[in-house]
Design a binder for this molecule. Structure first.
Ligand SMILES: Nc1nc2c(c(=O)[nH]1)N[C@H]1C(S)=C(S)[C@@H](COP(=O)(O)O)O[C@H]1N2
Ligand SMILES: [Mo]
Length: 408
């Protein structure tokens, strides 16, 4: 069924797409001929050229693109909106058959190596549906001074979709984890840009694998996972750097040492063990692996550049997240950080789901303003106004998000 739908979409007979959409598609009849519904079409995007205007494409080979912040306004990010981050060649999505796809658990520290089909996973383990925030370790990199090499992500290499799958921990328990297990290693279907070996193969400390509510997921927002977000199966660790959430996952190894796959060695996904001066060189031995993302917020409404009428109050809103911790406060400033007003804030629906905040601002007179947002987590950590500790690879930027508005 799902495969048929994809084949159908590839046929681009968009005008009758309504007939295959499994949800109540209100106003479907008003869709002009030749226009395909955005979120359904997004399931099969494969090229930079397929992406609509709300994306900024950083690279097409490998494909890396991010959306405009106002596109992330919904509490659950819809298909067709999240950033896409690929390190190597894309898998041959069109040849993937989810019915024969397998997930292999192996490694030095597994009691028994096992192979599961997606239907085995579905039949054997309890299903979980969780909203999980996925953020690239390099999100916000372009804001560092001095700049750091790598994809110049702005502020939107982050999203929170609703994922359905089984717990990584339930599957590992089914295979048995030996006492000497230290780390996991994740294996995807995509190949390195050189044509040889894995594009990326990262892992997590075994405690995270056994204790986080991390999923081996086959659905995003109740649909098949869009190709570019990891069809037909991916792992999702909420609140950890995005690189450990392997897409198109073929298997996981239980390792008796820190995993040594592609992009595990410093300085990849690593920061200095101690603060360094901006621009300073750091030796490999002085890096440590990033394990959890940090407190941050995003303004998703209004769109930056909005023009307001004088005297009219204005709702400002967005999301906030803090790795696996909870955000306890979000504040907004419209005067470059002199005064802050506290926003209303929701509780997370589950651990590592981003939270929604909103407030009403009043801008005193005609002119140019910036709206700044800053979040504080349950440990008391707050976003810095300018930039956090500088690091050579430009990871973990969590300075305040800013938008510009004009009152006329
Ligand atoms: N197979 C595979 N999985 C991968 C990657 C990749 O290149 N290949 N990139 C990782 C990185 S660095 C990030 S930030 C996230 C991005 O997930 P997204 O494309 O759904 O936004 O996927 C991770 N999983
Ligand atoms: Mo990433």
């Amino acid at each position: 069924m799902s495969l048929n739908r994809r084949k159908f979409l590839r046929g681009a007979v968009a005008a009758s797409a309504a007939s295959v959409i499994p949800v109540n598609w209100v106003f479907a009849g008003n869709m002009p001929a030749g226009v395909a519904p955005l979120d359904i079409k997004a399931l099969t995007w494969m090229r930079a050229e397929d992406l609509p205007e709300h994306y900024t494409v950083l690279n097409s080979k490998p494909l890396n693109a991010y959306p405009a912040p106002h596109m992330l306004d919904a509490p659950v990010t819809p298909a067709g909106v999240p950033f896409y981050r690929w390190n190597g060649h894309l898998p041959e999505f069109e040849t993937i058959d989810p019915d024969t796809w397998t997930f292999v658990v192996d490694g030095e520290s597994v009691e028994e190596s096992k192979t599961y089909t997606i239907s085995d996973l579905k039949a054997k383990f309890k299903h979980h549906t969780l909203n999980l925030t996925l953020e690239c370790g390099g999100n916000g990199r372009r804001n560092f001074h001095p700049g750091a090499k790598g994809n110049q992500w702005s502020d939107t290499a982050v999203y929170c979709a609703q994922w359905t799958g089984v717990l990584v921990s339930d599957v590992l328990k089914d295979c048995g984890v030996k006492d000497d297990a230290v780390y996991t290693g994740h294996h995807g279907a995509d190949v390195h840009m050189s044509g040889n070996g894995a594009a990326i193969s990262r892992g997590v400390p075994i405690d995270f694998a056994m204790n986080d509510s991390a999923l081996i997921a086959w659905a995003m927002n109740g649909e098949d996972i869009p190709y570019l977000n990891g069809f037909p199966l991916r792992i999702i660790y909420g609140g950890r750097p995005g690189s450990v959430s392997q897409k198109c996952i073929k298997g996981m190894s239980v390792r008796n040492k820190k995993h040594d796959g592609q992009k595990m060695a410093a300085p990849a996904y690593s920061v200095p063990k101690f603060p360094v001066a901006p621009g300073e060189k750091v030796e490999k031995k002085d890096f440590e692996t990033i394990e959890e993302m940090i407190v941050k917020s995003l303004i998703t409404f209004p769109k930056t550049g909005t023009v307001l009428t004088q005297g009219k109050p204005m709702e400002v809103r967005g999301h906030a997240w803090a790795g696996l911790k909870e955000v306890v406060k979000v504040e907004i400033s419209v005067d470059f950080g002199r005064r802050w007003q506290t926003a209303e804030l929701t509780r997370p629906v589950n651990v590592a789901a981003w939270q929604q905040w909103k407030t009403v601002i009043e801008l005193p007179e005609q002119g140019y303003y910036e709206v700044w947002a800053r979040a504080t987590d349950s440990n008391g950590d707050t976003q810095p106004l300018v930039q956090p500790e500088w690091n050579p690879k430009g990871y973990m930027f969590n300075g305040c998000h800013r938008i510009a508005v004009r009152v006329v």
